[in-house]
Design a protein around this ligand. Structure first.
Ligand code: PMP
Length: 371
């Protein structure tokens, strides 16, 4: 494998090298068809086989039960912020947990279609999101159409490590998770989920594809104003071909799923293996940050994300030299989101352990020189 820099982008993010090589080999002539995947009819037999394999492999990887439909859609995470309430809210009450930037946006968008109630606001007194409120302390409405949670807040670096059992908390509402930034990074307990959505551009493939995994019984309740192309039932009935789907992105995502199926680590395979490597990568980086007197991550240990690790240099004047040095060492896109500043290392599935080791060694060297 030719060496490339390590890319810590929050998204669009790094794609496994093996997948990119395969895409480049198949670019001009996919499997002897004489066509690039970009040039194929989405209804032809070649693309149908690509689509069916992608759906099957994802179902197998994430152990999605038969009573859930997997939809390949467009519109991204922010599109789903409108598409979910148009499909599920019936114009009624929606409970939202505020845990950071993305759930804030979800609440604001849902207000256009439903009555939004805040089940929990995890902001501290300074308005910062540094810890999640345990589900047992959420104020759930008796008659909510659904409960919305962002299970990994990409900017703030918070992850919900255990999905709540809403039934046990006295709510009959389905749980909707925005898992855009940690989809396929760990196993999912589908008995707790009504609908999961995720933009593809972090853990799955190119931007332009949005995954929606939705329980069958939630398909039939769209508001009349819902555009047909975003109506889950119509999309499900058409096997994600109601309109032309993002074919090339589905193809690349399918290759990522194949890569994940063949992935092995620490005696495990597939999602169990990638989850273990994600645990190990995150532990390595958090340990280095916690041991340092130059850097800090401010998130409570129980809520720390395995995927997005924001950190600050205690002396902000060192930010630019830090980033310039990182680039020289082949460590790309470490600048934090503008709303929080500092740095952020996004270490999705495609980031190898060696990438985190290289970052840790750079952190240590930089601290020796500037600490
Ligand atoms: N939700 C989460 C958790 C995200 O990280 C992002 C993108 N960073 C979005 C939603 C928005 O996704 P998109 O840009 O695809 O609309």
């Amino acid at each position: 494998q030719a060496s490339r820099p390590f890319n810590f982008s929050p998204g669009p993010a790094a794609i496994p090298h093996e997948v990119l090589s395969r895409v480049s080999e198949e670019m001009l002539d996919w499997h002897g068809s004489g066509m690039s995947v970009m040039e194929m009819s989405h209804r032809g037999r070649e693309f149908t086989s690509i689509y069916e394999a992608a759906e099957r492999d994802l179902r197998e990887l994430l152990q999605v039960p038969d009573h859930f439909r997997i939809l390949f859609m467009q519109g991204g995470g922010l599109g789903e912020n409108a598409i979910v309430p148009m499909n599920l809210s019936r114009g009624g009450i929606v409970d939202v947990v505020l845990s950071g930037t993305w759930s804030h946006k979800s609440a604001a968008e849902a207000r256009r279609y439903a009555e939004v109630r805040i089940a929990a606001d995890c902001a501290n007194a300074d308005g910062r999101y540094l810890d999640l409120i345990p589900a047992t302390d959420w104020q759930l409405s008796r008659d909510a159409a659904y409960v919305h949670v962002c299970s990994n807040e990409t900017i703030d670096g918070l992850e919900l490590h255990q999905l709540p059992d809403l039934k046990a908390l006295g709510s009959d509402a389905p749980l909707v998770i925005d898992c855009s930034s940690h989809v396929a990074s760990r196993s999912v307990d589908w008995s707790k989920v009504g609908l999961a959505f995720a933009g593809a551009q972090k853990n799955i493939g190119p931007a332009g594809l949005t995954l929606v995994i939705v329980r069958d019984d939630l398909l039939d309740r769209a508001l009349p104003i819902c555009p047909s192309a975003f109506n889950y039932q119509l999309v499900a009935q058409a096997e994600s071909m109601f309109n032309t789907p993002p074919t090339f992105a589905i193809y690349v995502a399918g290759l990522v799923f194949q890569w994940l199926k063949g992935f092995s680590y620490a005696g495990k395979t597939g999602v169990a293996a990638i989850e273990q490597r994600n645990i190990d990568k995150a532990a390595l980086l958090y340990q280095a940050l916690d041991a340092s007197s130059l850097y800090e991550n401010r998130v409570a240990a129980r809520s720390r994300s395995r995927m997005n690790i924001p950190f600050f240099l205690r002396d902000e004047r060192l930010n630019e030299p830090f980033l310039a040095g990182a680039r020289d060492h082949g460590l790309l896109q470490l600048k934090g989101h503008k709303s929080v500043g500092g740095m952020r290392a996004s270490i999705y599935n495609a980031m190898p352990l060696e990438g985190v080791q290289a970052l840790v060694s750079y952190l240590n060297d930089f601290e020796k020189r500037h600490g």
